[in-house]
Structure formats: structure tokens, C-alpha cells
Design a binder for this molecule. Structure first.
Ligand code: HEC
Length: 206
């Protein structure tokens, strides 16, 4: 794993040096190459890790505490898992959504156009749609990866659907007075994983 990582990061470093002059928000989609593929693969692994851990925690919480109690668990566990996955890999892993529950999950400006594309087509060739782009410059330059989180059936509908049980709705209203994340139908874009790689740290020799 380490050896594999190192080669990938060196290639990424070379790539960033070549493209950093291009400036902000250059979409990488038009010119896929080995380096895009390396970052995309690493990002997909992190997104999977995050979602698997959260879904396990969610399932356990629903079983142990029922749905209203699971709302509380989700509100504390989701940010914790995001922080842990980020720390372990030296990148920033977050969830974002236009119609969000947690207002901190708002869609950042540089991601808006790409998020709009995912909303139009959340699933491409049977997989959650993804986009990559560059943002910023110098020390704050980032390589960004966005992956759709499509709305599914249960358990998602219990907390994000049109017909949320009153006890669950009350818990949500208490914790998230500005909640915008109900009324979703399966197949719609519920949100997205946003993974930001610090370009400066990618270019550092290990
Ligand atoms: C027990 C209730 C519950 C269930 C079931 C549930 N969620 Fe959530 N969801 C929440 C809560 C609470 C938050 C806010 C978490 C936070 O504060 O970070 C949230 C946040 C999210 C977010 C982050 C963006 C935002 O709006 O804040 C996404 C994306 C999301 N949920 C998708 C799903 C999907 C997909 C499923 C089904 C696999 C699902 N949720 C199941 C309660 C739930």
C-alpha cells in the first residue's frame, strides 16, 4: 500500500506542477490521464470508507434506539467519521447538499456547477456520478473530487423522505431547525461526498 501510494503521489506532484498555471476550477474531466485516475481511485476508497462506516453506525443506532434516537446518533457520528477519515489520509472528506440538513453541509461556490451536473444525472453507467476539478492556487491549491449520493429507499426515506414519522420529524426539527432535507424520492440526488486534496502536500517529496 505505501509503495503504491508513493508512486501515485509523485506522479500527482508532477501533474500539479504542469497544470498549476492553468488557474482555478479547471475541469479534469476533459483530459483523463493516469494521475487523474490515481486521485480518483484514492478518493473513491475514502468515500466508500466513510459511507460504509456511517451506514453501519446508522443500522446499529436504528436497532438499538429506534429512528428518533438514531437522528441524534447520526448528528454526532457523521461529523466524527468524516474527521477520522480525513485525518487518516491527510485530506478533507465532507458531505455536501443543496437541500441540506446540517447547514454546514452547504455546497461551496467552486463546487456548484459540478453539483448541478450531478443533480441532473446522479447515476452514470450504473454508478454514482463523479466530477474532478482544480481550485485555488499556491499553498491553497486543491484537487477536488465530488461523488453523488443518490437517495435510496429505506432507511433513508424514514429520515429524508416525504412521509417522515412525527416523532422522527420532531427530533429533526429540534436538532436542525433549518432542515431542508426531507421530501426526497429514491433516485434523486440527496447530496454528494466532496474530497479535497491539498495540492501543496501532494507535491512534497516523501
Ligand atoms: C435516522 C435518521 C437518518 C437516516 C435513516 C438517514 N439519514 Fe441522512 N442525515 C440524518 C441526519 C441527522 C443528518 C445530519 C448529519 C450531520 O449533522 O452531519 C443527515 C445528513 C445526511 C447527508 C449530508 C448532507 C446534509 O443534508 O446535511 C446526506 C448526504 C444524507 N444524510 C444522506 C442519507 C442517505 C442516502 C440515507 C440512506 C442510506 C440517509 N441519509 C439515512 C439522518 C438520517
Amino acid at each position: 500500500m505505501m509503495g503504491h501510494n508513493k508512486t501515485g503521489l509523485t506522479a500527482i506532484g508532477a501533474f500539479l506542477l504542469l497544470t498549476s498555471a492553468a488557474g482555478a476550477a479547471a475541469p479534469l474531466k476533459a483530459a483523463p490521464n493516469a494521475v487523474d485516475t490515481a486521485i480518483a481511485e484514492k478518493s473513491a476508497v475514502l468515500a466508500d470508507q466513510f459511507q460504509q462506516r456511517l451506514q453501519q453506525a446508522l443500522r446499529a443506532a436504528i436497532q438499538e434506539k429506534g429512528l428518533p434516537g438514531a437522528v441524534d446518533v447520526c448528528s454526532t457520528v457523521a461529523p466524527t467519521i468524516a474527521a477520522e477519515v480525513s485525518a487518516a489520509s491527510g485530506v478533507q472528506v465532507t458531505r455536501i447538499a443543496e437541500r441540506n440538513r446540517n447547514p454546514k453541509a452547504h455546497v461551496p461556490r467552486d463546487a456548484r456547477a459540478y453539483y448541478g451536473e450531478l443533480a441532473e444525472e446522479p447515476v452514470e453507467s450504473g454508478k454514482p456520478a463523479t466530477r474532478m476539478w482544480h481550485s485555488g492556487g499556491g499553498q491553497s491549491a486543491k484537487v477536488n473530487y465530488l461523488r453523488a449520493i443518490p437517495m435510496l429507499g429505506q432507511p433513508c426515506l424514514s429520515c429524508h423522505g416525504a412521509d417522515v414519522d412525527p416523532a422522527v420529524a420532531a427530533r429533526i426539527a429540534k436538532l436542525y431547525p433549518k432542515d431542508k432535507a426531507t421530501g426526497f424520492r429514491p433516485g434523486e440526488l440527496r447530496g454528494a461526498m466532496l474530497i479535497r486534496w491539498n495540492a501543496a502536500s501532494l507535491t512534497k517529496p516523501e
